[in-house]
Design a protein. Structure first.
Ligand code: OAD
Length: 230
């Protein structure tokens, strides 16, 4: 059976009511990325950064997976081969839909991380600058989210999975943030059939052998049906 590796981005959660970053009126139009998504921003104003992620954590907690998340969970459950979701998203909607083989390369809103000792623990719904690490007691609790200038998580495993993939799909991502933006080229060079499923052409659409455009809740279930019932 083919091995399928799927990269997801904010576009897959858009129809669950979670805003994307770079679409019109998206998160990066409302907030300065340098202020809320960098270690320097956190050092300057931790209260602002916590407010930003607290709002997103509350919003994500109230969101439900949509037909695209459910279709990927169905693919993992019903397909005979290996299905891996690598997500840039920090929400938990893949897991809520039932996907089990998920790697969060940009971290997760559900996690807290101690900036002093690297201890991790489940994040409360709201975090504050005076929160202390349960292990070393430093006032250094931060969201367990990968910020600009930091290394994405699980990268060694992800490159290896991409090299073994027979099919690589990128869903709902603008292709503007590396290393994820290089996955299509990497998997394609290693021999995978590469497909982009997105509302519009991404920045690196040329890296894909097949392109389907539309909303994720429609085109992802169609793509999954095509694999399961071909
Ligand atoms: P972007 O906001 O950059 O891109 C979202 C993509 O989804 C766009 O190409 C949209 O056209 C597409 N899209 C929007 N609605 C859609 C729908 N209903 N169905 C299908 N596609 C749709 O989000 P990402 O590519 O995920 O990182 O952004 C990558 C990273 O940049 C994020 O993980 C985040 C951000 O800065 C960090 O915060 C570290």
């Amino acid at each position: 059976m083919d091995k399928i590796v799927i990269l997801t981005g904010a576009g897959i959660s858009a129809e669950s009511g979670l805003g994307t970053f770079r679409d019109e009126g998206g998160l990066w139009a409302q907030h300065r990325l340098e202020d809320v998504a960098t270690p320097e921003g956190f050092a300057r104003d931790p209260a602002l950064v916590h407010r930003f992620y607290n709002a997103r954590r509350v919003q994500a907690a109230g969101a439900a997976p949509n037909a695209a998340h459910h279709a990927l969970a169905r693919l993992e459950a019903e397909y005979g081969g290996d299905v891996l979701v690598v997500t840039q998203n920090v929400d938990g909607l893949h897991e809520a839909a039932g996907s089990r083989n998920v790697l969060h390369m940009h971290g997760a809103l559900s996690g807290a991380l101690c900036a002093a000792c690297d201890h991790r623990w489940p994040a409360p719904l709201e975090m504050f600058p005076h929160d202390t690490c349960p292990r070393c007691h430093a006032q250094a609790a931060r969201p367990d989210i990968v910020w600009f200038g930091e290394m994405s998580y699980h990268m060694e495993d992800i490159w290896a999975h991409l090299e073994e993939a027979d099919i690589f799909a990128a869903i709902g991502t603008s292709g503007q943030v590396y290393p994820a933006a290089a996955f299509g080229q990497h998997a394609g060079r290693a021999g995978a059939h590469t497909i982009e499923l997105n509302l519009e052409a991404s920045a690196n659409v040329r890296d894909f052998t097949e392109v389907r455009q539309g909303v994720a809740s429609v085109i992802v279930p169609e793509w999954v049906d095509g694999i399961l019932y071909r």
